[in-house]
Each structure stands twice: as structure tokens, then as C-alpha cells.
Unconditional design. Structure first.
Length: 631
């Protein structure tokens, strides 16, 4: 057999292998349910919450305790990703606290003693910069409430949206976490427990110096106090508490969770306790039940808590990938997935409408419990998945039209697209961005969201390249390219992810492959290709805001780079062929590179190992190679 025929055989085999595997993984309801694995943070907070509520689920607490210990480094610390240098202080503190709260670990246990040595060597508890970590330390009475929370008046919830800084100036993600934090800080809330981490504080004191906060914090604080000073009434404090409580209760989903996030749900339960709710209150019990539905049990019987199960995201992406691999749109797997996605389309307004009041609903969310918080990425993913069916099915056609209208209405004034809410980009609010999580407080245009939206608009709609939305999107992409030719991606790791999205978006929008912007990006991708033909980028890139190589190849990042190059080149290049060969071997490997987190959330704080990515993106890249070069 010639080399060419052998290569073609291997390619077809790989595509068939991935396609067959994914079809057999589909659930009876038409979904794909892969784990959204996010370290041990939610495991830790769940243990603390369950013990605080005296919730009787010893098996789960033991399982989470076991997983946390299993993830500990021999030197005593925990990391968010394998190559995180010197460990992660916030994660280590959170895990120690949870292990002690569980009751299955003691202060004199060897694994706790090792962690204590690490924490003290890093400056002790008060040196943690993670905002959630500081919050959980305050809730459990280990440290006072941090200035970055306690100095913000709860009365911010009363300020109108016309105020320079108001609650809706913040991103939806930060807002839904900030409200319960402000309630608890206002009431100086802390739970009763026997856990005491005094020995983890340098000099043995829980006294904490005031935080060194950036000037933007004080500018924001002044703006809030100025707005509050205009409010009239002596009972503002009580009114603010009632408004903050109502804000949370109004955003509880049917499953009891707050905004469908485990992290905000946990904070909400603590905030309700601070407000005087009984631990057995219906709302609290319902919230805990919804939280516990987010657990995932792996094939090896390891249990972890997901922050927001990725069912809609995975289902849309996999359905689309299968169709790119020539699974017909009328195949039962695609039909079932389409039916599910149609049920999951949003038909009621959420917080996104505050900045976009004239638009009708029509987007999709990330988790199936999510009915009020759609996002751009899930919407374009769902629209791609139902695209072929929309040509023949009236329901899909109507859903597509609604989704497209909503998508176009969400374009920012600067021409790019955000993740969740329009024009939420007040840089003054980045004070909330501690430990590298600079984008947590705001929801700016990003290369990955803008690129993926352009790719959808250019490939799957009747809009031409001269359409105003497409032209503005292209201009945003070109104006936000890094000096080395790459783009930063917010929701994946990181510069490979952003460059893939930007390049495929530009190509779909009709930009010439000989455009300087494109050539610079291609040169950059080729410059970082690994000797084995693959690509791999460290999560360190996300924290330091510059490309840092992983020095190994991962399936998803290799697929992203290849997909970008395939979109540009009319004929396969030696680099592409070498990459495809490496990708075909990667899909059969099982090592740390396979499970390395390539999904991102909060730089330096939250990374995601999508269990689905090792299948989805290789299948897309291999299918696009075959379709473009071998058809």
C-alpha cells in the first residue's frame, strides 16, 4: 500500500472510530453528558456546606474527601493543572479547610501537616489572593471579611442602571456571586465549627492587614457612595437587604440552583443562613438537591462536583461534529439531539435584556437547568447543530431565525461579541479581578467569541461579507491581534484557542488568506508547532497573559491549530500533514496530556478539563481535512 493510501486509510479509520464512539455515548434523551471537571474547588465547598447544614450524606462526603486527598501533590500542595509551578495556595487552603470540615482528616494527619508547611511557606492564610478562597475563610471564621467585599455598600443594589456604577455594570457571573458575598459581609456572617486554622497563619494571629487595592477600586467605591448619597430614607439598610435577597430568589432555577452555577448556589445558601433562614427551609433544601445533581461519577467510580454541567454545550458540539463527519442530518442521533436542543432554546428574558431591552429571547445556555442566562458560544454551537435540519424542518428553521436575531442583537458597540451580556466593559470594575482573574468583573468582546460568531455568520447564514455586523466583527478581530500574530482566547487555553477562533472566523467572513493579519497568525502557529507535529499550550499562558508552551501535545489544542491552518490553506502543507498524523495517534493515547485542562474560566483560579474535547475537536479537524483535501 502506498503512503498516500495508507494515510487515507488511517484518516478514515480515525474518523470512523470517533464517530462510532460518540454515537454510542448518546443518552436516551438525545444528549451527550460528559464531565465538566474543574479541579477540587466545588468538591471542597460542597463538603463545607453539607457539614454546616448537618446534611446527611456520609457516602458523598467520604467520596469527595477521598478525591481531594488523591489529588494532593507529594509535597503537600494542590495544583489547578499539572505544570503549575509551586502549587496553588488558594486551592491548597480550600482543600485543607474541607478535609478538616469533613471530619475524616485531623490537624495532625501527615497530609494536613505537609499542606500546613506549604501554606506557611507561602505566607499563610492571609496571603491567598483568590476572592472565593478569601470568602470561604471569612464564612468559616478563619479570617475577617476581605476589604474588597466589606468596603462595598450593600446599597449598590438600589442604584439605578443610569448610575455610572451599578449592579448591572458587573458581568453576570461576578454579579451573581457578589450579591451573596455582600449580604454576608454586611452581616459579618460566619458559621459555627470546630475547625481552627490559627496554626496556618504566620505569627499565630488571625489579624489581617488591609488589602492593597488598586486605584480603580477606590474610584469605583467613590462612585457607588456618591450614588448612594442621593438615595433618600432612613431604612436604606433594610431595604437593600430585602432587595439583595429578592435578587437571589428571583434568579433561582427550577432545580433550586442560583443561575445554574454550583459556586453561586453555595454562596446563596450561606447568605440565606446569614439572613436567618432555617437550615431546613424549603429553598435551602431545594438548592442543596440541585447542587447534588451536579455530581459526576467516573468510570473508576471517582466522584466530583461540576460547577455547571456542560450538557447543552457538549450536545450541540458533538451533533455538529458528527454532521461534519458526514453523519446525515436525518440520522436518529442527530434527530434526537435536535429535538433536545429545540427544547432548550430560551424563550424568556433574563439579565442580558437590561443592556439589550429591545431584543427577543432566542439564545441557548450552557447547562440544561439554565433558562435565563444564555450565551453567545452555546447559541452559535446550537445553531450550527440544527443548521442542516433547518433547511427541511420548520421548527428548526424558526429556532434558527430566533437565534440569529438574538445573536446579532448582542454585538457590542466596539464590533466584537461578549460571552453573556452586551457592553459590560467598565474597566473601573476590574478591582474584583484578584490573582489574575481580571476579566471576572466585566464581559468584554473577546477573540474566541467574536471569531466563533463570525465563523457561524459567514458559513451558515445568508449574510454576505459586506453585512455591517460581519464587517464590524472582522475589524474588531484585526484590531485586537497580538504583536506576535496570535489572539488571546478567554474561554480556552489560550492563544492557540483564540487564534483558531479568529482565523476560522476571518476565513468564513471572506477575508483573503494573503491578508497580512492572516499570514502573521499562520506564521505564529507554525512557529509553536511541537517537534512531534502537535501543539500544546500551558495554562500558565492564561495567568501571565503571554504564550507559554506546554512542551507536550494535547488532542484539543492540536486540533484547534490544525483546523485553523486547514481553513487558510487550499492544499495540505507538510506541517498540516505532520499534525494530522500526530492527532491520529493522540486520540488513542491516555496520559496526563489527554486530561490536561484546556478550558478556561478565571485566569489563575478556574480551569476545566472537558472530558468531551478529546473527541469533539479531533473529529472536527480530521473531518475538515478530509472534506477539503480528499473529496
Amino acid at each position: 500500500m502506498s503512503h498516500e493510501r495508507a494515510f487515507e486509510h488511517d484518516l478514515n479509520t480515525a474518523i470512523h472510530q470517533l464517530t462510532d464512539f460518540l454515537i454510542h455515548q448518546q443518552q436516551a434523551d438525545g444528549t451527550w453528558r460528559f464531565c465538566f471537571e474543574n479541579g477540587t474547588i466545588i468538591d471542597a465547598y460542597t463538603i463545607i456546606l453539607l457539614r454546616t447544614l448537618a446534611y446527611q450524606d456520609e457516602e458523598l462526603i467520604q467520596q469527595l474527601h477521598y478525591r481531594i486527598i488523591k489529588e494532593q501533590h507529594p509535597d503537600g500542595y494542590w495544583t489547578l493543572y499539572k505544570d503549575e509551578e509551586y502549587g496553588n495556595l488558594a486551592a491548597t487552603i480550600d482543600n485543607v479547610l474541607a478535609l478538616l470540615f469533613s471530619g475524616y482528616s485531623r490537624l495532625d494527619d501527615q497530609h494536613i501537616v505537609k499542606a500546613q508547611h506549604y501554606i506557611l511557606a507561602q505566607g499563610g492564610l492571609k496571603s491567598t489572593k483568590g476572592l472565593l478562597s478569601k470568602t470561604i475563610l471569612a464564612i468559616t471564621g478563619q479570617l475577617p471579611w476581605p476589604d474588597s467585599i466589606s468596603s462595598i455598600p450593600l446599597e449598590i443594589v438600589l442604584l439605578p442602571t443610569i448610575s455610572p456604577v451599578n449592579l448591572f455594570s458587573f458581568s453576570g457571573y461576578s454579579r451573581i456571586h457578589l450579591i451573596p458575598m455582600l449580604i454576608m459581609a454586611k452581616l459579618d456572617y460566619r458559621v459555627q465549627s470546630n475547625v481552627d486554622l490559627t496554626g496556618f497563619i504566620l505569627n499565630g494571629t488571625n489579624r489581617i492587614e488591609h488589602e492593597e487595592l488598586p486605584i480603580e477600586f477606590f474610584q469605583m467605591q467613590d462612585s457607588i457612595y456618591t450614588g448612594c448619597s442621593r438615595l433618600i430614607g432612613s431604612a436604606l439598610n433594610e431595604i437593600a437587604k430585602e432587595k439583595a435577597e429578592a435578587f437571589m430568589l428571583d434568579r433561582i432555577e427550577e432545580d433550586g440552583t442560583l443561575y445554574s452555577y454550583a459556586s453561586s448556589t453555595i454562596l446563596m445558601v450561606f447568605a440565606l443562613l446569614a439572613l436567618g433562614y432555617d437550615p431546613q427551609h424549603t429553598r435551602i433544601r431545594k438548592a442543596v438537591e440541585g447542587l447534588l445533581q451536579m455530581r459526576d461519577i467516573s468510570a473508576s467510580n471517582t466522584v466530583t462536583m461540576q460547577n455547571s454541567p456542560s450538557t447543552i454545550w457538549d450536545t450541540a458540539l458533538i451533533s455538529y461534529a458528527l454532521q461534519q463527519a458526514n453523519v446525515p442530518h436525518h440520522h436518529p442521533a442527530i434527530d434526537q439531539a435536535n429535538a433536545y436542543l429545540l427544547r432548550m432554546q430560551h424563550h424568556k428574558k433574563g439579565d442580558w435584556s437590561v443592556h439589550n431591552p429591545k431584543a427577543d429571547p432566542g439564545g441557548w445556555g450552557f447547562s440544561e437547568s439554565n433558562t435565563i442566562n444564555p450565551d453567545i458560544d452555546d447559541t452559535t454551537a446550537a445553531l450550527r447543530a440544527i443548521y442542516k435540519a433547518s433547511e427541511h424542518d420548520e421548527r428548526c428553521s424558526k429556532a434558527s431565525a430566533l437565534g440569529l436575531d438574538w445573536l446579532l442583537s448582542m454585538q457590542n458597540n466596539d464590533g466584537g461579541w461578549p460571552a453573556f451580556e452586551k457592553n459590560v466593559d467598565n474597566k473601573m470594575l476590574t478591582w474584583l479581578a484578584l490573582d489574575g482573574a481580571k476579566a471576572a468583573a466585566i464581559d468584554p468582546s473577546t477573540a474566541d467569541l467574536t471569531g466563533r460568531t463570525l465563523e457561524y455568520l459567514g458559513s451558515y447564514t445568508a449574510l454576505d461579507q459586506d453585512h455591517r455586523s460581519i464587517k464590524r466583527g472582522v475589524n474588531w478581530i484585526e484590531n485586537n491581534q497580538e504583536t506576535d500574530g496570535s489572539w488571546y482566547g478567554k474561554w480556552g487555553i489560550c492563544y492557540i484557542y483564540g487564534t483558531w477562533a479568529a482565523l476560522t472566523g476571518l476565513m468564513a467572513a471572506g477575508v483573503s488568506a494573503r491578508r497580512k493579519t492572516v499570514l502573521r497568525a499562520v506564521d505564529w502557529l507554525l512557529s509553536i508547532q511541537n517537534p512531534d507535529g502537535g501543539w500544546g499550550e500551558s495554562c500558565e499562558s492564561d495567568r501571565h497573559m503571554r504564550y507559554i508552551p506546554l512542551h507536550e501535545s494535547t488532542p484539543s489544542q492540536t486540533a484547534w491549530a490544525l483546523d485553523a491552518l486547514i481553513s487558510v490553506h487550499e492544499q495540505p502543507t507538510p506541517a498540516i500533514i505532520k499534525g494530522i498524523k500526530r492527532l491520529m495517534t493522540l486520540i488513542n493515547e491516555n496520559d496526563w496530556q489527554t486530561i490536561y485542562p484546556t478550558g478556561a474560566g478565571l485566569p489563575g483560579n478556574f480551569y476545566v478539563h472537558y472530558h468531551s474535547y478529546r473527541y469533539i475537536y479531533p473529529l472536527l479537524a480530521l473531518s475538515h481535512y478530509k472534506k477539503k483535501y480528499m473529496s
